[in-house]
Design a protein around this ligand. Sequence first.
Ligand SMILES: NC(=O)c1ccc[n+]([C@@H]2O[C@H](COP(=O)([O-])OP(=O)(O)OC[C@H]3O[C@@H](n4cnc5c(N)ncnc54)[C@H](O)[C@@H]3O)[C@@H](O)[C@H]2O)c1
Ligand SMILES: [Zn+2]
Ligand SMILES: [Zn+2]
Length: 384
Amino acid sequence: MLAMEYRGPYRIRTREKDRPRVEHPGDAIVRVSRACICGSDLHLYHGLVPDTRVGTTFGHEFTGTVVEVGSGVEHLKVNDKVLVPFNVFCGACYFCKKELYSNCHNTNPEATAVGGIYGYSHTTGGYDGGQAEYVRVPMADVGPTVIPDDLHLDDAVLLTDAFPTGYQAAEMGDITEGDTVVVFGAGPVGIFAAKSAWLLGAGRVIVVDHVEYRLQFVQQFAHCETVNFKDVRDMAVHIKKMTDGLGADVCIDCVGCEAAGNLAQTLLGVKLKLQGGAATVLHWCINSVRKGGTVSIVGVYGPTFNAVPIGNAVNKGLTLRMNQASVKRHLPRLIEHIQAGRISPREVITHRLPLEAVADAYHIFSSKLDNCIKTVLVPEESFQ
Ligand SMILES: NC(=O)c1ccc[n+]([C@@H]2O[C@H](COP(=O)([O-])OP(=O)(O)OC[C@H]3O[C@@H](n4cnc5c(N)ncnc54)[C@H](O)[C@@H]3O)[C@@H](O)[C@H]2O)c1
Ligand SMILES: [Zn+2]
Ligand SMILES: [Zn+2]
């Protein structure tokens, strides 16, 4: 089968690989119909995630059709059309029982923090991902969700990560009616966080980025105010000026370790790798939120320490919430929002490319060319 293959930082290609097989009675094999590229894939592509092994296949956002199931699978059958949350999780451990699926204790032998993730290095279990024609889906009775007939495949694939992650980012903000919410990052996750903030009762939503076409998009898609940080000297002062001197009620980090905007942070966190990524947005969130406010973090950071102003957070009495998203927990509610017409996730898709063009697809998304927001890779068989 054809699959994306990592060769080293900024070097990826497609290659013929063996089609995955059922290795465990709980596995299913899924023929991929859609596979997105995520901002998280860019951290892999840029060589920032430890233990990203040459030869592996990325891709944690995919939909497909079940073509084979192991003898122990009870709820999925061949020909089912499924969307597969990016988390690999068991559904039965201490953490899964608390619906902390992203922290599953049984699916990632290499870490005590995050659970398994498809196509996301051996630090998250070493599972091959879905930027391929076929993918092995372990614990197939637990993760995959059968796609309702009236749900468009392009909406379904955005339910595997970007929309639920944006939603959880807003949810962790503990938004109360009328709150002012500032979202850092106008990538797909930030766009969905902004939209979700309204769904959760925000009274004002402000999105910050420096890529003008993305700010224009989010203005339209989420009807929010925007700030281009290139025009701002001091982010905390600017946000305070916009909020009667108090600061925002909630600040949300949808940027993570590769944040631009502070040279020293970029040097230490991205170029020299002396901390787990640039902590620029963590500073901006902690310093721009009002006293007693909440900072919600879904931007991804490395496992080591980061230089963050924890003293300010303590003295301001902030609540800090963060996690990888537990996708499955949000699906019933988010499917309902789509079916009710309150959101059309697929509008963020700007690029649709065949799997063969994976190298171009990463380059376009990474370099923010051609007004790219979200790219979907479509294996030839499913290309329409
Ligand atoms: N926690 C989770 O479960 C989860 C899931 C998916 C993605 N993520 C993470 O969320 C982040 C965003 O993902 P995405 O797919 O939207 O990525 P993306 O790369 O498309 O978007 C990131 C955006 O942040 C902007 N940005 C850079 N520096 C900034 C700054 N200082 N202030 C404001 N904006 C800035 C970029 O211009 C870009 O538009 C990534 O770190 C990704 O790894 C986390
Ligand atoms: Zn993702
Ligand atoms: Zn578990």
